[in-house]
Write a new protein. Structure first.
Length: 260
């Protein structure tokens, strides 16, 4: 039996006759930073959607800590320990930065509706803990000074980091990042890589990321899975994947020999 923290086995997602994902195996162990890469349309985000419950897999299995989560709604997968960000940023743009981070805590509120209406001692204590936790996460992503600003007022790179802080609010065991470096300049990407390492090292959160910037991926990931047309074509260390002729062909559109 595998002791992987997160594991997909023979994962498939078909939309009618389109095989968006077919036969994907991947695993993320505790303390790992793993990447899922491939050309546009390779099925990477569909894999994320199947793992997080946004889509129901056509076939195969997804296991978190040895428990199958296939068929679970997205909110239940999140509560079980899977956090994620999105390729297209999904923040509550008119809410403050602090309130964006606080929002997921509603899933674990330690009080009922009546307590909230009456603002009981339990309600106030729970809200104080939530705010302290949210401010701690904003400090982690270096946005504590922007806590009172509206999310839409943040620069693009800061909005990306805010989404990471919000994903961490439920204390996930594994964090899925969908193109977290998209639109960032080289300096911002370097800072993001350090943030991901701190999340792993200081918070004990494993990371699975999708990213198109190969320099970013190769410098950050310990293992890499490669998809092409929805199917796995390679898996290994960054150096192994970089040298794999199937990967070269998938990205360059020609056999590796012809690409030299």
């Amino acid at each position: 039996m595998s002791d992987a923290l997160l594991e997909a086995r023979a994962l498939c997602k078909h939309f009618g006759g389109l095989r968006a994902v077919h036969g994907v195996d991947l695993c993320v162990d505790r303390g790992e930073i793993v990447a899922l890469i491939g050309p546009n349309g390779a099925g990477k985000t569909t894999c994320f959607n199947c793992i997080t419950g946004a889509d129901v897999a056509t076939a195969g299995d997804v296991r978190l800590g040895g428990t199958s989560v296939v068929g679970w709604p997205a909110w239940r997968v999140a509560q079980a320990g899977v956090g994620r960000t999105f390729q297209n940023i999904r923040l509550f743009k008119e809410m403050t930065v602090l309130d964006n981070v606080r929002t997921p805590a509603a899933f674990r509120a330690g009080y009922g509706l009546l307590a909230a209406v009456l603002r009981t001692r339990a309600y106030r204590a729970s809200e104080a803990r939530t705010e302290a936790r949210a401010r701690e996460l904003l400090a982690l992503v270096e946005l504590e000074d922007a806590a009172g600003a509206r999310a839409r007022e943040l620069p693009y790179g800061d909005q990306r980091r805010l989404e990471v802080a919000r994903a961490l609010m439920l204390e996930p065991r594994v964090l899925l990042l969908d193109e977290p470096a998209a639109g960032m300049n080289p300096s911002e990407k370097g800072e993001l890589a350090e943030l991901v390492r701190r999340i792993r090292d200081e918070r004990g959160v494993a990371v699975l990321l999708i990213e198109h910037d190969m320099k970013f991926v190769m410098g950050l990931s310990e293992r890499i899975y490669v998809l092409d047309h929805g199917e796995p074509i390679a898996c290994g260390t960054p150096s192994e994947v970089r040298a794999d002729p199937r990967v070269v062909e998938a990205y360059l559109g020609a056999p590796a020999e012809g690409a030299r």
